[in-house]
Design a protein around this ligand. Structure first.
Ligand code: SAM
Length: 550
């Protein structure tokens, strides 16, 4: 006889014949699971029944779920835990939430922390995660504090050192993964199996997967990412999209002007109040607010305008303010970009002295460094989280700006001794510098006069062409003890593909530098005498390339 199935009303189970399997009626029932028990609920009591409707044990709970791997999750006044088929608790701990056992492992939550337990209820590992999913084929997805996901194996070890914006478990050898460029499929080494990225992907089904392109088109692809069949053509107008790209400067200039005028800082307010406080006409105030509305940084509520959550970042007093960046992009950088055709033709030996020039501006460089600080505050807490430090090292953060990265590291590893090496001009911004750090005024092209365990070069090498980058790395090596390590923190361009191309041009125009691929950083480090030890990829954030002094 087959196991009874839930009746559509979910108050009892039915036999193959359609007859009720028993006479009792419940408020809710779940399916029968091996070894032949189903969770039921009646009033404020929950338990498990056998196929004939009789109770499997005498205990009663507030809520019960199905049996998996011979264990079922139950809830009572003490919390969530697992029982055996006898109704006995498997272990004495109680959790905030429990999942179901798969492959002899189960995800649980204690407060806001997730981890996995073994069949006997003991934790599988020490580490706690922001989220941990079910195991499937001995691999699970876990998410760290920074919101990034990776895979762990059945012993709780990282399967690969790659973190993604979003991630799925493996289906037939491949997992769906989203990096900063979109969705793809990865293999067990954490590597994308093809170059293309999509707005969405489904798991592979017999060697083919259905995907949605960014233009809204639907395709069936093979495991090399090739289109086997188009299910729906592009849903957008290429003419309109390109026209939109041509006027990208409208956005840059509107946002830059808003930051210069400080019009978002005076919101919420009416047009008339904003015009008065920014010293512009009412017509001008209305027109810029309307344009900012189109850019979704402000919105109108009756007679008043207010900043949206995106617009809050343009306020000067926001801890992650982008007001300085808006001004820099609309003024200094826009001007620098104008020589791009000449530089591309090789007519101009473009070597901007940005790190000297910033001090010549009206604000003597504070805006430029506040801009760098906002990006650093945005990114570096997550990077500090995955930095491979023991926690007691002496460290120099060379070209460390206002000390944001150094202070994230110190918060994460309180016992490190960290020094920020910067140009003397930056050290003069005493009000802006992070407190509680050691500072060293100097030039990273000259002798640093220190010997430490670790050198950090965060978003420094991308400011320089290869020859200068090698000179900085050589100085780093000379400042390291034997066995010391350099951690290069940079966005990595894909080995193939076009993403990051615009940012690379920006570095060329703004600093004379370049974005690089993983292999290009490996070459630079090797040429400077380091052995590349480890590369930690973090989606949407800079990766960490670790070089060791051999
Ligand atoms: C792109 S910023 C990166 C700052 C910081 N590491 C971060 O990631 O936010 C480059 C930094 O290198 C510093 N810098 C440039 N040339 C330098 C030199 N010759 N010696 C020391 N620092 C320098 C600049 O002042 C600037 O703060």
């Amino acid at each position: 006889m087959k196991t009874p199935q839930p009746a559509p009303c979910r108050t009892y189970h039915v036999l193959d014949s359609g007859e009720p399997a028993y006479t009792e009626r419940f408020d809710d029932i779940l399916k029968f699971h091996p070894p032949g028990l189903a969770a039921v609920q009646k009033g404020d009591q929950a338990w498990h029944i056998r196929p004939d409707g009789s109770a499997a044990y005498s205990a009663r709970f507030e809520r019960t779920f199905g049996f998996y791997d011979g264990r079922a999750t139950v809830v009572d006044i003490e919390g969530w835990y697992h029982i055996e088929t006898s109704g006995e608790a498997v272990y004495s701990d109680r959790y905030t939430w429990c999942g179901n056992f798969q492959d002899g492992l189960c995800t649980v939550r204690e407060g806001v922390e997730y981890f996995h337990i073994k069949r006997d209820g003991r934790p599988l590992y020490e580490r706690r995660w922001r989220y941990a999913g079910d195991y499937r084929d001995k691999i699970s997805v876990v998410q760290n504090e920074a919101g990034l996901s990776t895979h762990i194996d059945a012993s709780g070890q990282l399967l690969h050192n790659v973190f993604f914006v979003d991630l799925d478990v493996f289906h037939k050898g491949f997992a769906r993964a989203r990096d900063e460029e979109g969705w793809t499929h990865i293999d067990s080494r954490g590597q994308a199996i093809y170059q293309r990225r999509f707005a969405n992907v489904e798991p592979f089904y017999n060697g083919q997967a259905r995907v949605e392109r960014f233009d809204g088109g639907l395709e069936i692809i093979d495991e090399a990412g090739n289109c086997m069949l188009e299910l729906r053509p592009s849903r957008r107008s290429e003419f309109a999209e390109l026209s939109g790209d041509l006027v990208g400067f409208w956005r840059t200039q509107t946002l830059g002007s808003a930051a210069t005028l400080g019009i978002i800082d005076v919101l919420p307010g009416t047009v008339s109040a904003s015009s008065e406080r920014c010293n512009i006409t009412e017509d001008a105030a209305f027109r810029i607010l309307r344009a900012l509305g189109e850019l979704q940084v402000v919105e109108r509520c009756g007679d008043e305008w207010k900043a949206t959550s995106r617009g809050e970042y343009l306020k000067k007093d926001h801890p992650l303010t982008l007001a300085d960046a808006a001004v820099e992009y609309a003024t200094r950088f826009s001007k620098m970009w104008q020589v791009l055709p000449d530089v591309l033709r090789g007519e101009d030996q473009w070597k901007p002295a940005i790190f000297e020039d910033v001090f010549l501006g009206p604000d003597k460089g504070t805006g430029h460094h506040r801009m760098l600080r906002s990006y650093a505050r945005h990114d570096y807490e997550a990077v500090a989280e995955i930095l491979p430090l023991k926690g007691d090292e002496s460290i120099v953060d060379a070209g460390g700006g206002l000390g944001t990265f150094a202070s994230c590291i110190q918060a994460r590893f309180p016992d490190v001794q960290i020094t920020v090496l910067e140009k003397p001009g930056v050290l003069e911004f005493t009000q802006l510098r992070e407190p509680g750090l050691n500072w060293l005024a100097g030039d990273f092209f000259q002798d640093w006069g220190v010997e430490v365990d670790v050198v950090l070069l965060a978003r420094v090498l991308h400011d320089w062409e290869d020859e200068d980058a090698r000179r900085i790395l050589s100085r780093a090596k000379k400042s390291l003890k034997e066995g010391g390590r350099v951690c290069v923190v940079e966005i990595l361009l894909p080995e193939e593909g076009v993403s990051g191309g615009l940012c690379d041009l920006h570095l060329w125009m703004a600093t004379g530098g370049r974005e690089r691929k993983r292999t290009e950083y490996e070459t630079l480090l090797t040429e400077a005498g380091f052995r590349v030890d480890e590369i930690i990829h973090v989606a949407a954030l800079p990766s960490v390339i670790v070089g060791v002094v051999p």
